[in-house]
Design a protein. Sequence first.
Length: 311
Amino acid sequence: MNLTFAGDGRFWACAFLGLGLPVCLALAWIDLPGETPSALDAFVRLARIAAFLSLGVAALAVATRGRAALFALLCWPASLAAASGPDGLVLALAALAAALLSPRPMTGRYRPARLAGATLAIALVVLARPACAPLAGMLLVPFPPPGRLARTCRERLPLAALALLPALLPALLPALSAASLGTPHPAGAGHGPMALPVPLPGFLSGLWAVALLVPLVALRRGPLPPRAEQLWLSGGALLGLWLMVGAQALAPAGGPGGLQIRDLLPLAPMPILAFARGRIGTAAALRWPALLVVLAAALDAVALPMIALRL
């Protein structure tokens, strides 16, 4: 079954905005016991939610591959719970970088703008989380044919180096502590909610498991990126995980707890870019298994605000 009306970026962008907004607002406005958010705190939370949603809409609109996977990443309950904090902005920027680099091949009149936008997005992510520096490896894909390797290296390597520069700031500025190297932020430290207020209900967890696993089996149309790119991007994600674990191990005693799922989400765009299939033909068509993530997000948009507002 093909749903041709739901294959373009407008569908995914509108679905993300319409389903993500109520969840973000509900989870952001859970009052801590005995505390009332100040006007400044409320404004900061609203601004972060607006930035998260805007960047997510942009990512889904400009992506040419992996829209369903990017939608699932952005609408994951932990992602929406982090939208009012700094982690949400980092995640949305990483997703936008992957979306800008999704065309295969990377040609056309918008190629320079896509590369520049992806470089800026990755640099901002690395500035906030230096442990996410391996994201700069996305700027080197898709790999060029052998005849254009030298030219592509001259164009892409300076961009990757530029995106990595913010990772050097903690060494140059001692004020940037090890907490900025990818370690979790303490909950309730004025950054907005960083995790779901309660465990995800069993039926929603099961639905998300189905929504993520079924498309992997059912959606096998279109070519995969070359094996070399898959290994390169997967290795970069593992390197980022190693850096985060190392930063957590070097964190001062008595700091925030261990790594959580939300801390690893900014690395997820790398495997998405590695295994997203290209479309066959020019028609924008969507097969029904991809809509399972929309169904899961739609139920979240109803259930999570109800759970949050009852606390």
